[in-house]
Design a protein. Structure first.
Lengths: 400, 335
């Protein structure tokens, strides 16, 4: 749902008059399509829709004059409909306060909380939408946050033994040291990753995947210069998405007293930035073609590097893939991106001698390591899931 | 050692001590000399200081205040008594256009060290024209200081400081407080202007108030203590300059604020104080800042209606229950 407001069409424009609605309630609206004729202080201008959707409600009658910024119509956007039932922003500067919302409605209402409760929640890294407010009108107040913290502490048994990692203290090293302020992104990553490692009992399963066919198939796909190039990462994303369909417990979130089984498969892709990292999301990756995934990841990575991601681009992930293969990394274990319950870390593809039918042969191999939340799933499930990912990469025709 | 005396007597002591100390201090007003003051604050001063320093005037507030300001312009320290704040409206031009501005407009050549004392407030069935609280009118004006004590000790210490201050000071007393008693130190003391005081330390909610409403807050705090709500009571004491630091400090501790004023709510001091709280303690607030104030109407003459129009201790208690979440009840019947 998007609110359309009276646009500022000139520097001096303070108010505008709706001369004529070109779209009416119930009409389909394409992005960039004129929806109304507006009279400004200078001229009559056609106003275009910024997003596609259906005109849900017209708030201002023809002939009425309203100030700039006032809502004049409500557009039901397609994105709103497609918005997944989970919103899990990865490390990002944008919305640290709403992370880990398990089942937000499509148009998440602003959580009512007192400024104090908000500040406490931010300091403790708590998602306010998980707390039941007991104040007037259901407002979350100080005592609600305190009670929630107590419950969390009680639930976290046995308490993890951590050598007080926060707040980070300057190291007691007697060498000349420069102090640098943390960027907001760095801070968010630090806070989220520390919390993930402290609260989620991680375990790791590694397997080697034969990538001979996958390499050949990729080479063939990429021979067509006119098409978007497909990367190994894209293939891993698709393989994981297809595998997840058969392993709902890997596509789930842990929530205090229940498991949240997500009904969409949305794969986050860790993208390194100059001063941090972010995991934009390929939504419904199980239902998209490999080519489509390739063009989406390309665009998402581009937008991430330009710091141009929209909220929907990095929210709603249910599983994350991280690839450090380009750095000649053999294998590594990643930290789970909460509230997801698993992520897959893949290393570089290298040619190694292998024994096939008693003969030494050369084969392309890639190591994949799954990090899993033991509260949600156990070793055998993780192993079977990894096996399924491996099978799909080794018979890659199904990925197309 | 301390003496227990009435508010009016504390004011009388302050005037007497300052007049003994400084021959430039004199008193001017209606009935201040022969009659000893409409509320008996200047009783006995004519006898001690004579008619040159305790001057009865005709009934003309503009002339009284104008004389005071003129005297201040030549270096004297007049204490002007207005019979009630309601009559100060007749002297608005003198107070606002002259008293508050002459120092500024003369580039500091003139010093207007005048104190304008006047009682305000309701509760005595004096009708709509004689029951007003006009502190926010004067607190609005740059160049004026506004002092508004609630207790005898504060009244004495603050009046002495007001007389010694080199700026025009509106010193607002309360008709219902003149007979109220409290401990006052025997020895001489001064209280600084612009400094609030925490009159009761608490942890759950800050009741921020001044003048007679402070006594109501203290009473409400006792009742709240019985319900397990530990209220802190802040006496603002000076409205301009306003001690936002003490107020904000209290709210940072309790996370909840209720401002109690006998004045009307709309554009009253409570609005200014609430704004200061939001600016200084936004991230510490656990509930919206509330105000308890008078009904938005001229004060009724009827005794029952007058009591209903004025804030009560019960209303403060209800507001405190509401902000602390102890009871979800609607307090504000007049919004």
């Amino acid at each position: 749902m998007a609110e359309i407001t009276m646009p500022k069409m000139s520097d001096t424009m303070l108010e505008g008059k709706v001369i004529r609605w070109l779209k009416h309630e119930g009409d389909q609206v394409a992005e960039g399509e004129p929806i109304a004729e507006i009279e400004t202080d200078k001229a009559n201008v056609e106003m275009e829709a910024f997003e596609a959707g259906v005109m849900k409600q017209i708030l201002v009658k023809e002939g009425e004059t309203v100030p700039v910024g006032q809502p004049i119509a409500v557009l039901e956007t397609l994105e709103a409909e497609e918005m997944p039932p989970v919103t899990a922003p990865p490390p990002s500067e944008a919305a640290p306060a709403i992370e880990e919302k398990p089942l937000a409605p499509p148009e998440a209402e602003r959580v009512k909380a007192s400024p104090l409760a908000r500040r406490m929640a931010e300091e403790k890294g708590i998602d306010l939408s998980r707390i039941q407010g007991t104040g007037p009108d259901g407002r979350i107040v100080e005592s609600d946050v305190e009670n929630y913290l107590k419950q969390m502490q009680a639930a976290a048994a046995p308490p993890p033994v951590i050598e007080a990692p926060s707040p980070p203290k300057p190291p007691a090293i007697e060498v000349p040291t420069e102090e640098r302020e943390l960027s907001r992104m760095r801070k968010t990553i630090a806070e989220r990753m520390a919390r993930s490692k402290q609260t989620i009992p991680h375990f790791y399963v590694t397997s080697e995947v034969e990538m001979d066919w996958a390499s050949r198939m990729r080479d063939e796909l990429n021979m067509d210069e006119s098409q978007t190039k497909v990367s190994f990462t894209d293939m891993v994303i698709k393989a994981c998405a297809l595998a997840l369909a058969g392993f709902p417990e890997v596509n789930a979130s842990y929530s205090e007293d229940k498991l949240l089984m997500h009904e969409e498969i949305n794969i986050g892709l860790a993208v390194a930035l100059e001063d941090g990292l972010i995991a934009p999301v390929v939504h419904n990756a199980d239902r998209k073609s490999l080519r489509r995934i390739a063009s989406e990841t390309k665009e998402l990575a581009q937008r991430a590097r330009e710091n141009n991601l929209r909220a929907t681009d990095y929210t709603g992930g249910t599983f994350t893939v991280s690839n450090l293969g380009m750095f000649d990394v053999e294998s590594f274990a990643a930290i789970i991106n909460p509230p997801e319950s698993a992520c897959l870390a893949v290393g570089t593809i290298r040619e190694v001698p292998v024994v096939v039918d008693g003969q030494v042969a050369v084969s392309k191999r890639m190591k994949a390591t799954i990090s899993a939340d033991h509260r949600v799933l156990d070793g055998a499930v993780a192993a079977k899931f990894l096996q399924e990912v491996k099978r799909r990469l080794e018979s890659p025709i199904g990925l197309l | 050692m301390a003496q227990t005396i009435a508010y009016r007597e504390a004011l009388n002591q302050a005037l007497r001590e300052e007049m003994r100390r400084d021959p430039d201090v004199f008193i001017i007003g209606e009935e201040v000399a022969e009659y000893g003051g409409a509320y008996k604050v200047t009783e006995g001063l004519l006898q001690e200081f004579g008619p040159e320093r305790v001057i009865d005037t005709p009934i003309s507030e503009e002339a009284i205040v104008g004389t005071g300001i003129g005297a201040a312009m030549i270096g004297l320290r007049p204490v002007v008594e207005l019979m009630t704040i309601n009559f100060s409206l007749l002297a608005m031009d003198q107070i606002v256009n002259h008293g508050a501005k002459l120092r500024y407009m003369s580039g500091g050549q003139l010093q207007i060290a005048v104190v304008i004392r006047a009682p305000q407030g309701a509760g005595l069935q004096l009708g709509a024209q004689h029951s007003q609280n006009l502190e926010s009118l004067y607190a609005h004006i740059p160049g004026l200081k506004v002092v508004i004590p609630a207790t005898p000790a504060d009244a004495k210490g603050l009046l002495k400081s007001s007389i010694r201050d080199n700026n025009p000071v509106m010193f607002l007393e309360h008709e219902m407080l003149y007979a109220s008693k409290g401990e006052v130190p025997d020895e001489e003391y001064l209280l600084p202007l612009g400094v609030a005081e925490v009159k009761r330390v608490g942890s759950d909610v800050s009741l921020i108030s001044y003048s007679r409403m402070l006594l109501l807050c203290l009473k409400a705090a006792e009742q709240l203590a019985g319900e397990g709500i530990d209220a802190e009571v802040v006496d603002v004491r000076t409205l301009r300059p306003l001690d936002a630091e003490t107020i904000v400090g209290s709210v940072k501790k309790t996370h909840k604020a209720i401002i109690v004023e006998e004045d009307w709510r709309f554009a009253g001091m409570g609005a200014e104080i609430a704004s200061k709280i939001v600016e200084g303690a936004f991230d510490y607030l656990d509930a919206p800042v509330m105000r308890v104030a008078a009904a938005e109407a001229p004060m009724p003459y009827s005794k029952q209606l007058e009591q209903l129009a004025l804030p009560s201790a019960d209303e403060i208690v209800s507001a405190a229950r509401q902000v602390t979440g102890r009871r979800l009840e609607t307090v504000d019947r007049r919004q």
